[in-house]
Design a protein around this ligand. Structure first.
Ligand SMILES: N[C@@H]1[C@@H](O)[C@H](O)[C@@H](COP(=O)(O)O)O[C@@H]1O
Length: 259
């Protein structure tokens, strides 16, 4: 796991956009997209590169991490809608090639297996963007999620519903259930890129990167993955015990070594 501490959120977003750009330029890329506020700056930066330097998403495709259950796709807070308005509408990524779990499926219990099969059929995800919840969740895998879990329905914690209430009129409007890629599904992506900003994420980042591997902190599953880049600002890094080493390692990073 490589931890990249950047002085400001905008430098975090630039670093993440650099990583994604490399995959997009290399050939047909399968991107794993996350919602939440953390990746928004990276999406804006990628859209700017598309506009100003012709970064071309024609051959790319994408899979979303998660979706609310029971929220119509047309709702402005469904992740289906959010990823379109925040990213897809601003680049030349074909919306037909951007898939999300179907939270409206009449056969919701089988939807997870269908979604995992679609990811596998596409050859897997090349680079998966991830935010982190204050309780250490990734996707919507709340604490206690099996580290090998597959895409399935989960019940949100009250804390996550409160955290996400800012996007809705009231906390009562935040659905209780979600469909989320499992921790095992997420771990199959070839490169995981975690983004976090602010003091509020410092404890979760420390637990994920330096705490024990445990279902109690779902993001700690990243410790088992051979290619992880955690890109965070100083505030989110403030509880890391080895922060000085991560800075030192970055300073001495061989010039030929990519993130
Ligand atoms: N399902 C999403 C996660 O994918 C996201 O990482 C988390 C943090 O969101 P934010 O980046 O807004 O802090 O929010 C939601 O729970």
């Amino acid at each position: 796991m490589e931890i990249v501490i950047r002085p400001t959120p905008s430098e975090v977003s630039t670093t993440v956009a650099d990583i994604v750009e490399r995959y997009v330029r290399r050939g047909p890329a399968t991107l794993g997209l996350a919602t939440g506020s953390s990746p928004l700056g990276s999406y804006r930066e990628l859209a700017r590169r598309h506009r100003e330097s012709g970064l071309d998403f024609t051959d790319a495709r994408a899979f979303l991490l998660d979706e609310y259950v029971g929220l119509p796709k047309s709702h402005d807070q469904s992740y289906f809608s959010v990823i379109r308005s925040e990213f897809v509408d601003h680049v030349n990524l074909d919306p037909e090639r951007v898939l999300s779990p179907n939270g409206e499926s009449p056969t919701i219990a089988e939807e997870g297996a269908r979604y995992d099969a679609a990811i596998a059929e596409a050859g897997g995800v090349d680079v998966q963007l991830l935010g982190i919840g204050t309780d250490g969740h990734i996707g919507f895998n709340e604490p206690g999620s099996a580290l090998t879990s597959r895409t399935r329905v989960k019940t949100l914690t009250e804390q996550t519903r409160l955290d996400n209430a800012r996007f809705f009129d009231s906390v009562d409007d935040v659905p209780h259930h979600v469909l989320t890629q499992g921790l095992g599904t997420i771990s199959e992506a070839r490169h995981l890129v975690m983004i976090a900003f602010g003091k509020g994420k410092a404890e979760a980042i420390a637990a994920a990167a330096e705490g024990p591997l445990a279902a109690f902190c779902p993001a700690s599953v990243m410790q088992l993955h051979p290619h992880v880049t955690v890109v965070i600002d100083e505030a989110a890094a403030s509880k890391l015990q080895l922060a000085d080493y991560y800075r030192y390692a970055l300073e001495h990073k061989p010039s030929w070594q990519l993130f």
